[in-house]
Unconditional design. Sequence first.
Length: 113
Amino acid sequence: MNNYKSLKRQLKFCIKTMNDSSSLFVVDSNKDFTRKRKHLFGSTLFNVLLLESGSLKDEMFKLFGYNLDTPTASSFVQARSKIRPDAFHSAIKDSKTTFYKANNSNKPFSAII
C-alpha cells in the first residue's frame, strides 16, 4: 500500500507540473480551462486517472464530497473532452518514471504503460 501512496503522490506532482503548461495539453489553448470553474485542468486530469468502477454520477459525488452543488456528469465529460489524449499518456509515463527513480525499483509495474 505504501507504493500506491507514493505513486499517487508522484502522479499529483507530475500533474501539478503539467498544470503550469496546460496550454500544451488542451484541444484549444485559447479557451479551454482559461476561467476558474469547478473542473480545472489538473483536477480533471487527476480525477479521470483515479476513477473507480462506479457510475460517473456516483464518482462525481465521491470526488466532490457528496455536496449538493456537485457538477453534473455531463460537465465532467465536457471538461474531459478538452484534454488531449497525449496528456494522459504523459502524466502516467512521467509519474511512473519519477516513481521508479525515487524508489530505486526494477520496474515491477511496467505493464501500466
